[in-house]
Ligand binder design. Structure first.
Ligand code: SF4
Length: 235
């Protein structure tokens, strides 16, 4: 610009030039010190398994929550599988210093009573979510938590919108907040941590129906949810 006479040299060090016209600079964005959504709040995190808890714990802590974990999964079948997943969740909670609340009983009969007559995939899952979220809300209220949420929100195999709706409805009934966030954004991070920590990774969701469906695509309980209606074409 100097060579072409489009600017005047003001100083060589540091190099300073003067333009013959005014330049309007965009105002700088002021960085606001934003308050984190969970700051000062105690949250009870329902944990479905160790691997799914990894990203959720990390993310909730980043959001400022004082997180405690809660174990209640009467859907997991058989008992040996339930224990294997519980032990994995326990080991990971110890690893990251997560305080835990354990539901001691294995309430498998409660799960089967709840889903009887509704065994189709999707239909039974909504019942299964409600069973676990209601227990989480009950314990959260008894122990003075402000909010609760669930690691189920991370899985692309779960119906996130249904979980959210049941969570919010349950929270209303118990006078709590249900914390919703799309944890699916952390699905690959979940995999990375689980591999790094050598956590046990199960091959089916949890119930005996899901085990059957994972092995047999013709299982009679394997009924997919109705396909999304075709989007209307833009006019
Ligand atoms: S498939 Fe998973 S969410 Fe659905 S009922 Fe079985 S354990 Fe529950």
């Amino acid at each position: 610009m100097l060579a072409q006479g489009k600017a005047k040299l003001v100083a060589e060090t540091p190099l300073t030039i003067q333009l013959p016209y005014a330049v309007l600079l965009k105002p700088r964005l002021r960085v606001q010190s934003e308050r984190k959504p969970g700051e000062g709040q105690c949250l009870l995190l329902h944990i479905c398994c160790g691997p799914c808890s990894t990203y959720a714990i990390q993310r909730l802590r980043e959001q400022g929550f004082a997180v405690s974990g809660f174990w209640y999964n009467p859907n997991i079948h058989p008992f040996a599988e339930h224990e294997r997943r519980r032990e994995c969740a326990h080991a990971y909670a110890e690893e990251v210093g997560l305080p835990m609340v354990w539901w001691e009983e294995y309430e498998m009969p409660a799960y089967f009573r709840a889903v009887v007559g509704h065994e189709a995939f999707g239909e039974r899952c909504a019942i299964c979510y409600r069973l676990r979220l209601e227990r989480t809300a009950q314990v959260a209220r008894e122990r003075g938590f402000y909010a609760f949420t669930t690691t189920l929100l991370i899985s692309p195999y779960q119906q996130q919108a249904v979980i959210r709706s049941i969570g919010e409805e349950t929270a209303g009934q118990y006078g709590l907040e249900f914390y919703f966030e799309n944890f699916r954004r952390g699905w690959s991070e979940r995999g990375r941590i689980a591999r790094e920590q050598e956590l046990y990774q199960q091959r089916y969701c949890g119930c005996v129906y899901s085990e059957w469906e994972a092995k047999d695509r013709q299982a009679s309980t394997w009924r997919r949810l109705p396909a999304k209606r075709k989007q209307k074409k833009d006019k």
